[in-house]
Design a protein around this ligand. Structure first.
Ligand code: PEP
Ligand code: MN
Length: 342
């Protein structure tokens, strides 16, 4: 259950609500979400059973706006709580609206020249966000770990030159300030989807968060992770399906396409698809991307490289710039059929 509170309520009225809940031994969390720069939405999330709570009593209290019964374990992420689609704004880019947002760039930031060339290609092809990994979650400790903070300058230069926002993956809370300062969308990778301390910290910042689905996580677990960020007060969450682990080894992961229309029913949050990590094979990326557009995704996050054969990581799944551009052109036609646009 969620109790929404009216704006401009006084503490006395608010205390009456808390008192009623305390008397009934109901557990709750009082949270504040920034509606805009000068307004905060106040909510009370009931976290225990509330069978003994008289809704009429609560509703009649002057501080209370609405009482919403939410049947899913995720509350703020739920469509029952918020009927309208959430649109996450990143500069001029809106994720979750009519436009399908294409994000592209290298798996890893490798050099200034590499980022510059790819950023130019991504922008000219119609990409709206530039990706680039600085801290890489590699399976092997001996594999390339990323340029780390050295690479941020390359992304920032490309951002400035091509007027394109940047997305990069955070691996630990210790880097939070660096990411908040420099990055437009903070990516939480599949391996960190249930790093709850990180999610809590990201709930406290006012930056869009792209939350990838874990390697072997259910939709409910994924939405509960989104809930951690929302419950901290950050409402700018973008979900990203990147394939899950199944018995099948022919592709790197198994892309769960049905998750797109399903997630649209369960939550108001936007969902983008990463066809690169889902397939692990550049030859499959175009078809899968077009299918994801047809299924109703709000964006794509695609690995693009100027020289995939020499890439420091994930070259085998990275598109050359020309192929990325061709994909976008085809994607525009599919988008039109379903009443969207790229
Ligand atoms: C990435 O996008 O660079 C990445 C490591 O992806 P994932 O977390 O989906 O494996
Ligand atoms: Mn990669």
């Amino acid at each position: 259950m969620i109790i929404t509170l009216k704006s401009n309520i006084n503490n006395e009225e608010l205390d009456k609500v808390f008192k009623e809940l305390n008397n009934k031994k109901i557990e709750y969390k009082h949270i504040q979400i920034e509606a805009n720069s000068n307004e905060k939405i106040n909510l009370i999330i009931i976290t225990s059973d509330a069978y003994n709570l008289d809704e009429h009593v609560i509703k009649s209290m002057p501080a209370v706006g609405q009482v919403l019964r939410i049947t899913t374990p995720y509350k703020l992420a739920s469509r029952q709580y918020k009927k309208e689609d959430t649109i996450v704004t990143v500069g001029d880019v809106k994720i979750g609206g009519k436009e399908i947002v294409i994000m592209g760039g290298p798996c890893s930031v490798e050099s200034e020249k590499q980022v510059e060339e790819i950023a130019k290609g991504v922008k000219e092809a119609g990409g709206k966000v530039l990706r680039g990994g600085l801290y890489k979650p590699r399976t092997s400790p001996y594999a390339f770990q990323g340029l780390e903070s050295v690479g941020i300058e390359y992304l920032l230069k490309a951002k400035e030159k091509y007027n394109i926002p940047i997305i990069s993956e955070i691996m630990g809370i210790d880097k939070l300030d660096e990411f908040v300062k420099n990055v437009d969308i903070i990516q939480v990778g599949a391996r960190n989807m249930q790093n709850f301390e990180l999610l809590k910290a990201l709930g406290k910042v006012n930056k869009p968060i792209l939350l990838k689905r874990g390697l072997a996580n259910t939709i409910e677990e994924w939405l509960m992770s989104a809930e951690y960020i929302l419950a901290g007060g950050n409402k700018n969450v973008i979900l990203c399906e990147r394939g899950i682990r199944t018995f099948e080894k022919a592709t790197r992961s198994t892309l769960d396409l049905s998750v797109i229309p399903l997630v649209k029913k369960l939550t108001h949050l936007p969902i983008v698809v990463d066809p690169s990590h889902a397939t692990g094979n550049w030859e499959l990326v175009e078809s899968v991307s077009l299918a994801a557009i047809a299924a109703g995704c709000d964006g794509l996050l695609i690995e693009v490289h100027n020289h995939p054969e020499n890439a420091f990581s994930d070259g085998e799944q990275s598109l050359k710039i020309e192929r990325f551009s061709a994909l976008i052109e085809k994607g525009k036609k599919i988008a039109e059929v379903i009443g969207r646009k790229i």
